[in-house]
Each structure stands twice: as C-alpha cells, then as structure tokens.
Design a protein around this ligand. Structure first.
Ligand code: PLP
Length: 360
C-alpha cells in the first residue's frame, strides 16, 4: 500500500489514523457484529455515535447552549436554498459575493426573495476580500451572507463583516475546524464536511435557536425545514449515518491534536512554508492579495498555461496529487486542510524548487 500526498480541494485528505480505525471496525463495530453502515440509526450503538459526535463538536467549537447542531444531507449547496426558505421572513437578504460559492448562494436566494449583492470582488477575479466595515446593509435584511473561506480562489475573511446588527450566515465548508471561531457572532455557521471533516454527504448546520421557527416560506418541503430536524435531533429520517460516524472520529482526532488552537498553529505553520516560498520564487506566483490569503486553499500560477500543465503532470508522478487549479481559474491550487501533514507541504515546496531550477 502506498498513499500519495493528496492536495484535492474536496473530497479531500482525511487523517490516516481515522481511516485505519474505520477499517478496523468495518466488519464488527465494537462487538455489535455489524458495520456502522449496516446498523439501524435508531439503535443504541448509533445513538451513542451521533450523540458523541455532537458533544465533541460542541466542545471543540465551544458552541453555546442556545445553538442547535444539525447533521443534514444535500451538501452545502442544499443550504443555498434552505437558508432563504427558513430565514427570509421579510424576503430580503444581503450577500457578499467573494467567489463562485457565494455567487451560487446569492443566485439561489434570488428565487425566494430580494437578494442584494452588497459587496463583491468579482472585478479582480475574486482575488481579495472587499472592505466590509461599512456596507450598505439593508434596513429590512433578514440576514447577511458570506462564504468565509473561498475554496476556489483561496481568500479568507480574516475579519467578519460589520452586519450592523443583522444576523450573520456563513458557509465555512473549506475552513471548518481549521481554527477557533466565536460561534456567538453567527446566526448560522454551516459547511459540507468533505473539505475538512469527513466523507461527502453530510452537511453540518450550527444554528441559533431563535432562527428555528415554523414560519418558513410557503411550499417549503418538510425535509428543508430546520425545525423538523432540530425537533428530531437530526433523526427525522435516516441521516447520512456512516458519514456522521467518520466525522465523529475526526472530531476525536482533532481533540487529540489539542483542539482548534493547535489546529490553527499547525495550519499556519504549513501555509507559511508554501507562502514564503511563493513570495521568493522566480517562477511561481500566488494569486491572492497577501492579507486575504487562506490557510486552507493556496492557488498559484507560473503565468504559462503549458508550464502549469507540465508542473501538475510531473508533480503527480512524484506522488503529489490533485494540484490542478479549479477549471474556472486554471493554474495550480494546493489544498492543505487539517489532515495534510507538514511533510506533505515540505515535499511540495521541495518539488517546486526542483521544478523551478529545471524550468527557469
Ligand atoms: C465545496 C463547497 C461547496 C459545495 O459543497 P457541496 O457539498 O458539493 O454542495 C459550497 N461552499 C464551499 C465554500 C465549498 O468549498
């Protein structure tokens, strides 16, 4: 068996320890004689799995008691509709568009009400985060929406926008559990887990209780009401049971690493290795404004599409996989999520130096 260094943006690298543990438990989960995949979601064993997962997440993120944790399906994209359907009481919401995912969420919300684009960085290919200290937040906005870490473009909000008292809703799919957060600053903080936490198919929604009401837009399907899932502790119907089990293992792994403070330190160290090299390289160039750089997704280019392709190909041969940039951006992108070991980034930079020497 040989594992590669996997720089995929998502689904992405998971801790090897977690994968091994899951493999060990595949045929017989803790003496039950069955796999978690084969188990009733109403069983005692599964009840413990999902309750522990929630408790560990609450501990890691220090989630206040007046927030619910929901394990749902449909990916992050389902939330693009679910959020307006549940929150748009005045049918008005403000969106800060800093990339493709925020744009998709904005477009989806426009189906259900008046979605206002109050800031954007599209003028410079989403390579920066706009100044959000004094935006024209709508008087009657039900919420202000951001995508906190832009997976495709590699930018991150290092300061949350001034929402002027309005509820903040944030998509944290690609920076989930990468550093400490103050949950109390958000109305909803949510993310698909396949970037930094677990297998695709699970989306985690952390939502302040007062936002969970019966008062949803007319025609909202039962499955898209936060209230039904909150009232049933994420077990209204069969949840993505195996995925949640893996998420739970990753939560325990992060706790063992020292929690989110330690994760942040580890991620800053890794990202610095790559960014420091990009800043001094004669061949490679980072594409993001320095102060807005993400710790998780690092896009870079040589400026020559052919050379980019050659780099991606030769990197793959060297065991460094999935470095091709998003199809809308080109170039390269290294996603260096929590589970990417520091050696992976060191190997990448070593390879980039060699490639630069050979091609410059
Ligand atoms: C990947 C991603 C999504 C889409 O996730 P799906 O689970 O495929 O719907 C949304 N937002 C961000 C920030 C992402 O990185």
């Amino acid at each position: 068996m040989s594992r590669v260094y996997n720089f995929s943006a998502g689904p992405a690298v998971l801790p090897e320890e977690v994968l091994k543990e899951a493999a060990d438990e595949m045929l017989d989960y803790k003496g039950t004689g069955m796999s978690v995949m084969e188990m009733s979601h109403r069983s005692k064993a599964y009840d413990t799995i999902i309750k522990e997962a929630e408790a560990d997440l609450r501990e890691l993120m220090n989630i206040p008691d007046n927030y619910k944790v929901l394990f749902l399906q449909g990916g992050a994209s389902q939330q693009f509709a679910m959020i307006p359907m549940n929150l748009m009481k005045n049918k008005v919401a403000d969106y800060i568009v800093t990339g493709q995912w925020a744009k998709k969420a904005f477009q989806e919300a426009s189906i259900y009400g008046k979605a206002n684009k109050i800031a954007s960085s599209e003028d410079e290919t989403f390579s920066y985060i706009p100044d959000c200290s004094d935006l024209p937040v709508s008087e009657d906005a039900d919420y202000v929406y951001i995508c906190e870490n832009n997976t495709i473009y590699g930018t991150k909000f290092h300061t949350l926008p001034n929402t002027k008292g309005k509820t903040l809703v944030s998509d944290v799919s690609s920076c989930f559990l990468s550093e400490p957060v103050d949950v109390s600053k958000y109305g909803i903080i949510y993310g698909g887990v396949q970037k930094n936490i677990g297998p695709a198919g699970v989306v985690i929604v952390i939502i302040r209780e007062d936002l969970i009401t019966e008062d949803t837009l007319p025609g909202t399907p039962t499955m898209l009401k936060y209230k039904i899932h909150a009232d049933n502790d994420s077990l209204y119907n069969t949840p993505p049971a195996y995925g949640i089990y893996i998420c739970g293992k990753v939560f325990k792994w992060i706790k063992k690493q020292g929690g989110l403070e330690a994760m942040k330190e580890h991620n800053e160290k890794k990202a610095a290795i790559l960014y420091n090299f990009l800043d001094e390289s004669k061949l490679f160039k980072g594409t993001v404004r320095k102060e807005d750089r993400s710790l998780m997704n690092v896009p870079f280019v040589t400026g020559d599409a052919e050379l980019d392709a050659k780099f991606v190909k030769e990197a793959k041969e060297a065991g460094l996989e999935n470095l091709k940039g998003h199809r809308t951006v080109g170039g390269m992108r290294a996603s260096i999520y929590n589970a990417m070991p520091i050696e992976g980034v060191e190997k990448l930079v070593e390879f980039m130096k060699k490639f630069e020497a050979e091609n410059c």
